[in-house]
Design a protein around this ligand. Structure first.
Ligand code: ZN
Length: 505
């Protein structure tokens, strides 16, 4: 037995080395590498990814993995074996190899066609690809099998144990409670916001100075620069090799200092999660990162929204902008409104905290419709119409073109169905985290005192330290003592935005 685990660890080490090299190359590509280097780096990346695939996907490894007697393992080893089986064999095995490689090719083509379609506002050229992507995914679901709802297969790929019946409860609440509330706030405090923005726009936000500000901010929040790096990239992201090497990026715009600040706060949430994972998982590689996309987004959105847009955090923003840029004519109260600006607009990634989940709701409803009946032919014009109808219903606006409608996100062109719900779930988990944390100590006071160590301690103890060892459902139980309860999210949003937008003083 010992012997087999030793062999397994040797294979894991090789995989870890490949993934280490690939992570660093990708990081370099996104942050520093010269434009002309893309071809060379991409070639190396594709060779490494082939080597790493071959390391695991072969009969010898399969025999080794399935011959290990799991009953004799400790709980960490058990989890490693279980995760490897699921990731390497259970999903891939059921899909015929030639169909899968066809699909990989389809994705590459679809992604570039989507880019053109988006630039030209041309849905027609993307439609045949979208149809093929949908048909292929339906076929894969048939191969892989499902228990209740076909869409469950795709949801679980992205958020372990997520099902339609679980997600439906959540989205129903958004529809019934948040929808009408959002329409009630529409148009409020527009003039105040315009005036504050006009004041801020008088200042110049030099990018070199922004870099210093953002570094200090990440430090204040608790990112440990002896175990990580902050760089710059077009689309901010976080990547890690282990808890001693966590890297994240932000972006800077000369005319929008808050965009950089909130990207930094969001990514710092991801980065602190990775830094606080227990050392004991480093060598397992399989368990050494954050557990799922939903839980990861919960950490980043907790920092970005719950903490970063908290009324007490406005004091910190005010102080930093005064210190670095001399901004001195915007009050604390004005900052609270500014960082919680409510925007009804079409683009998901530009949405504010309140309307964001409604953008996700639209995508969830459409994906559910696509996959609920595997035999039904999908009319692609119907999908676009569904999209527009729902924006009108939930946000009170109707897209006039495809770029602002169904063509805006890259996900489907990359074959990512079932991915969107975890964005909104992350926000809902974050509210439940706040609720649970508030039972232990006065969170507002900690933010005011800039005592983020206290907040990080809680996150580490109840969530971060576990790495990928626990599922989202288990973690929610651990930090809150109860199951997922989306009502906390609804209450949190309504209370907060009522206070800012609907109370007259
Ligand atoms: Zn994120």
């Amino acid at each position: 037995m010992q012997d087999k685990m030793k062999k397994l660890y040797e294979k894991i080490e090789i995989d870890a080395a490949y993934s280490h090299a690939m992570t660093l190359l990708s990081w370099d590509l996104e942050t520093q590498a010269a434009k002309e280097s893309v071809e060379g780096i991409s070639k190396t990346l594709s060779i490494l990814s082939k080597l790493s695939y071959d390391n695991y996907v072969n009969e010898d490894f399969k025999n080794l993995l399935y011959s290990i007697e799991v009953d004799k393992l400790d709980e960490v080893e058990k989890k490693i074996v279980e995760k490897l089986k699921k990731a390497v064999f259970e999903k891939m095995e059921k899909i015929p190899a030639d169909e899968y490689s066809e699909y990989v090719k389809l994705i590459a083509e679809a992604s570039s066609v989507w880019e053109r379609a988006k630039n030209e506002n041309n849905y027609e050229i993307f439609k045949p690809y979208l149809k093929k992507l949908i048909d292929t995914n339906k076929r894969f679901i048939t191969y892989r099998g499902y228990k209740e709802h076909p869409y469950d297969v795709l949801l679980d790929d992205n958020e372990t144990e997520l099902t339609v019946s679980y997600a439906d409860t959540f989205f129903k609440l958004l529809k019934e409670e948040l929808g009408p509330f959002i329409l009630k706030i529409k148009g409020k405090k527009e003039k105040e916001l315009k005036d504050i923005k006009a004041k801020l726009s008088k200042y110049k936000f030099d990018i070199e100075i922004q870099k210093k500000l953002n570094k200090e901010l990440a430090q204040i929040l608790g990112f440990d620069f002896s175990k990580g790096v902050l760089a710059e990239s077009e689309h901010p992201f976080t990547t890690e090799f282990n808890n001693k090497d966590v890297r994240f990026t932000t972006h800077y715009y000369e005319n929008d200092v808050l965009s950089g600040i909130y990207s930094t706060v969001h990514e710092t949430g991801h980065a602190i999660y990775e830094q606080q994972i227990d050392d004991k998982y480093n060598d397992t590689h399989v368990l050494s990162g954050g557990t799922t996309m939903g839980i990861h987004e919960a950490q980043s959105r907790f920092y970005e929204n719950v903490i970063g847009k908290h009324e007490k955090f406005a004091i910190l923003i005010k102080d930093l902008l005064q210190k670095y840029f001399g901004v001195n004519d915007i009050s604390e109260k004005e900052y609270i409104l500014l960082i919680n600006e409510y925007k009804t607009q079409f683009i998901r990634i530009e949405a504010d905290e309140l309307t964001y989940p409604m953008h996700v709701l639209v995508r969830y409803e459409i994906e559910k419709y696509i996959f609920e009946d595997l035999k039904r032919e999908i009319d692609l014009d119907d999908l676009s119409k569904m999209w527009d109808d729902m924006y009108e219903k939930y946000l009170g606006i109707r897209p006039k073109d495809y770029v602002n409608g169904i063509l805006q996100d890259s996900h489907w062109s990359g074959g990512l169905f079932g991915y969107f719900p975890s964005y909104a779930l992350g926000s809902a988990y974050a509210s439940q985290m706040y609720e649970a944390m508030s039972k232990k100590f006065d969170v507002a006071q900690m933010i005011e005192q800039r005592n983020f160590a206290k907040i990080n301690e809680f996150l580490k103890e109840y969530i971060h330290k576990y790495g990928s060892f626990k599922t989202p459902k288990e973690l929610i139980k651990i930090f809150s003592g109860e199951d997922f309860n989306p009502q906390y999210y609804i209450n949190y949003l309504k209370d907060k935005f009522t206070k800012i937008y609907l109370s007259e003083e």
